[in-house]
Design a protein around this ligand. Structure first.
Ligand code: IDP
Ligand code: MG
Length: 141
């Protein structure tokens, strides 16, 4: 069982002033924040990050959205972190998300859905490595 996952507070949530509220949800759900930073992705970075979705019809609008403004990227630690974070954020489409989940409370629609969460341990490690260096993660241990 992996104890790390990767999260993004997406540009819609940052623009809507929800960064602090979502950060608070992360802490209240007992995740340890190994590292967090505010950045704006280039289109190229967004394309690299979402490369697994490049054949999907919404790929261009997704990468445009993800590079449209600042977002906060986070490396999170908790037992069974990938599954725990997916439970905390809820379904991709906020219409299908359970009450009390972050997407239910903060998402605008299926694309502008407030947060990202890794879908597997393997992808969590890849995604953490995409945005964080080893020394940034060790610094907060
Ligand atoms: P996930 O974020 O819940 O893992 P994925 O299927 O991996 O969902 O899709 C990645 C992201 O692509 C979603 O979070 C959302 O921003 C966007 N997305 C997913 N499905 C659609 C869609 O049908 N239309 C537009 N954007 C979508
Ligand atoms: Mg996904």
């Amino acid at each position: 069982m992996n104890n790390r996952t990767f999260a993004i507070i997406k540009p819609d949530a940052v623009k809507n002033g929800n960064t602090g509220k979502i950060y608070d949800r992360i802490l209240k759900a007992d995740f340890k924040i190994l590292c967090a930073k505010l950045l704006r992705m280039t289109v190229g970075q967004a394309e690299g990050f979402y490369a697994i979705h490049k054949e999907r019809p919404f790929f261009n609008e997704l990468t445009e959205f993800m590079s449209s403004g600042a977002c906060m990227v986070l490396a999170l630690e908790k037992d069974d972190a990938v599954n725990e974070w997916r439970k905390t954020i809820g379904a991709t489409n906020p219409d299908d998300a359970d009450l009390g989940t972050i997407r239910k409370d903060f998402a605008t629609n299926v694309q502008e859905n407030a947060v990202h969460g890794s879908d597997s341990n393997e992808n969590a490690e890849k995604e953490i490595g995409f945005f964080f260096s080893q020394s940034e993660l060790i610094a907060n241990k």
